[in-house]
Design a protein around this ligand. Structure first.
Ligand code: C2E
Ligand code: MG
Ligand code: MG
Length: 647
């Protein structure tokens, strides 16, 4: 121990062995050149790592220089030796701080307003001041004359402070990494712990054998280790197109709040890409992707280009102007052919652009955007679409409605049924009713089913809504035996996956005659899934459940297919009541068609005396509309029926 302290505080004239340091320096320079010549996704983490590499190189240079100067104090002015040594200690200090900052950024925090941050910055600042004022107090290091104009280096009484501060920085780094061990990438945590281990070994060796300069070797090893394991820029680059890959894009999404805000997006898919792959082979297809990337780069070098999907490019720009220019350039370029490997091809793309206001806030919303919202964008009219504020607001509203629906279904609150009487012209009574769902919410107010049912269908909630509706309506039928037939809307997108016995089970639980239930199926669904619809209708039909064809006349009307299904009622859409010559012709032919098939008709949306008269003249059997009544809550419906002498 005594020997150790002697070596520590009063070293004899030492001849430093800095051969290893020189080798490390050569390596570090090569690493820095290689790192900066590679394409990198410019996150703060990558930038910070670049700073780390440079700082380490500078530190090693100062280490070598200061040792060399210490060996030549007889010829070099002492002030220069002192300054270089100060720089050496400062850069060591700075490196330990940088490692902390690197971990901090990797977890996705900014360096502001974090109490733990001060645990590193304050001691580092104190140490820096001590280092640069050393010439005044010589607390950190000093020189002792050893004759013939030469000096030797001597640690000052406060030299230990540097070790304490470096230790504190290290401690904060570990503390931070351990606190956020669930957020920090596992690989990074292991790399960090290994590097710290190597450093500790180097410190111990240095204490016992100070003449061997090992820090450069340790720094170089650590940096190479970090590049290979966690900081390889190539991992974020798509090998084929040389654009950034999906991983880089997810990085952007996760760290965008800490990055400089770039929020102007262009997204496009190459439509016929699968065909190129199949027809000309993957090498050719890869070349196509490369040409597209090169073209984008030629328009604007500062654009971040990601290839997030087989043939989907996402471009990220700094401002509106750049975005507009890029859209125009793409539009122009893709209207003419690309020459790829002696072939000339036209690439069709579907492109949309927007300013991101929180749809790409986190990975969930970004996935949601591509899986749920993107397929709803209609490229039929134009291949270039701007998703403007209205569109974005709709997206946000849709998302909120989905959350509210989930909550309502979970808590069984906010959703309820209303019932609209339907007039039987022949019997002059209200014996049919349509059940319609309602959603009332404190935040959004009234949301109509025409808005929330499609959202429910897209987000897998339709099934639950169907069962909610079925339970509510069966209970209603049980309480109101005077209701002959209740028409119930069901969300067809999902119901095929439900075996019909689940429907029957609910009906049985409420002890209801299935003949009182008439399920409404829309024309669009029946035409889209004719086989499944038929199966479902036949299954339930044999128990007496009836079916109404809803909204006839509002869609494509593949009548031939539609009429082969066992419907017992046809509901004509309210748009057929419009005062237009062509619609009137269609209306008449629809009425004739159902009359000749012997299917009774309900006309929806009758509001005026004239519409009522028209419906009666056409001998339509049932009339539904505000003319008689709006959809009513159960208690109001009972009052309505009393007033109309039905109860
Ligand atoms: P739908 O099945 O065609 O329902 C008729 C719609 O017309 C209802 O709108 C009703 O309130 C409205 N209506 C009735 N008479 C008149 C009138 O005279 N004038 C006008 N302008 N409108 C009238 P609502 O309740 O907003 O429902 C819209 C659509 O949402 C429904 O169209 C149906 O497709 C769907 N829907 C409603 N309730 C449910 C449900 O419980 N489950 C499912 N899956 N879908 C539902
Ligand atoms: Mg309906
Ligand atoms: Mg309808």
């Amino acid at each position: 121990m005594a020997e150790l302290l002697t070596t520590w505080f009063i070293p004899g004239k030492m001849h430093y062995n800095y051969f290893l340091e020189l080798c490390s320096l050569v390596f570090m320079v090569a690493i820095v050149v290689a790192y900066y010549s590679r394409k990198k996704f410019p996150t703060a983490v990558f930038k910070l790592f670049g700073v780390c590499l440079i700082s380490v190189t500078v530190t090693i240079s100062f280490d070598i220089l200061s040792c060399y100067l210490l060996d030549h104090t007889d010829v070099v002015p002492l002030a220069i030796v002192e300054f270089v040594t100060e720089m050496l200690y400062f850069s060591h200090m700075f490196c330990s701080y940088l490692i902390f900052a690197y971990i901090f950024y990797s977890i996705g925090k900014t360096l502001k307003f974090e109490p733990r941050y001060y645990l590193t910055i304050i001691p580092t600042a104190i140490a820096t001041i001590l280092i640069f004022t050393n010439c005044l107090h010589h607390w950190i290091f000093d020189f002792v004359e050893i004759g013939s104009g030469a000096y030797d280096f001597k640690h000052g009484p406060a030299f230990i402070v540097l070790y304490i501060v470096a230790g504190l920085n290290l401690f904060s780094t570990i503390l931070y990494a351990v606190t956020f061990r669930n957020t920090i990438p596992k690989k990074l945590l292991y790399v960090l712990l290994s590097i710290i281990g190597i450093f500790l070994i180097a410190v111990i060796i240095h204490i016992f054998q100070p003449e061997h300069l090992l820090y450069g070797v340790v720094y170089t090893m650590s940096m190479m280790f970090a590049i290979i394991t966690v900081n390889d820029p190539d991992e974020k680059v798509d090998r084929i197109s040389k654009a950034f890959n999906n991983e880089a894009f997810v990085d952007y999404i996760n760290t965008q709040r800490t990055e400089r805000q770039r929020r102007h997006f262009i997204v496009f898919d190459i439509e016929s890409f699968g065909m190129f792959n199949e027809k000309f082979g993957s090498l050719y297809a890869n070349e196509v992707l490369s040409s597209v990337r090169k073209f984008i780069e030629s328009v604007n070098k500062t654009t971040y280009i990601f290839k997030t999907h087989s043939s989907r490019f996402v471009l990220l720009m700094r401002n509106r102007e750049e975005q507009t220019q890029m859209v125009a350039a793409i539009r122009h370029r893709f209207s003419s052919s690309f020459n790829v490997k002696d072939k000339s091809i036209i690439l069709t793309i579907n492109l949309f652009y927007f300013v991101n206001n929180d749809i790409f806030d986190n990975t969930d919303s970004y996935k949601d955007f591509f899986t749920r919202i993107l397929p709803t964008i209609n490229f039929k009219d134009s291949n270039f679409i701007e998703l403007d504020e209205t569109f974005m607001n709709r997206i946000n509203r849709d998302r909120r409605i989905k959350e509210i629906l989930e909550q309502c279904l979970k808590e069984q609150r906010g959703l309820y049924m209303v019932y609209q009487p339907i007039y039987d012209v022949g019997k002059k009574v209200f014996n049919h009713f349509e059940a319609l769902i309602r959603l009332d919410n404190d935040e959004l107010g009234y949301v109509g089913p025409a808005e929330f049912i499609p959202i429910a269908e897209d987000s897998g909630l339709a099934n639950e809504i169907d069962y909610f509706v079925l339970n509510e309506t069966c209970a209603f039928l049980e309480r109101n035996p005077q209701v002959e037939i209740l028409e119930i809307n069901i969300s067809c997108a999902e119901f095929f996956n439900n075996p019909s016995y689940r429907f029957l089970k609910v009906i049985k639980e409420h002890n209801i005659d299935p003949k009182r239930i008439c399920l409404e199926i829309t024309e669009t669904i029946a035409v889209k899934y004719p086989e499944k619809t038929k199966e479902f209708m036949q299954d339930l039909g044999q128990y007496g459940v009836q079916f109404a064809m809803d909204d006839f006349g509002s869609g494509y009307s593949n009548i031939a297919r539609f009429i082969t299904l066992p419907f017992s009622i046809a509901k004509l859409d309210k748009t057929l009541l419009e005062e237009s010559k062509n619609i009137k012709i269609f209306f008449d032919s629809a009425v004739n068609l159902f009359k000749s098939l012997g299917i009774p008709i309900v006309i929806e949306g009758v509001e005026t005396e004239t519409q009522l008269a028209t419906s009666k003249t056409k001998k339509i059997e049932f009339i539904q509309g505000y003319y008689f009544s709006k959809p009513l809550k159960e208690e109001d419906l009972q009052k309505f029926l009393v007033a109309n002498k039905m109860a």
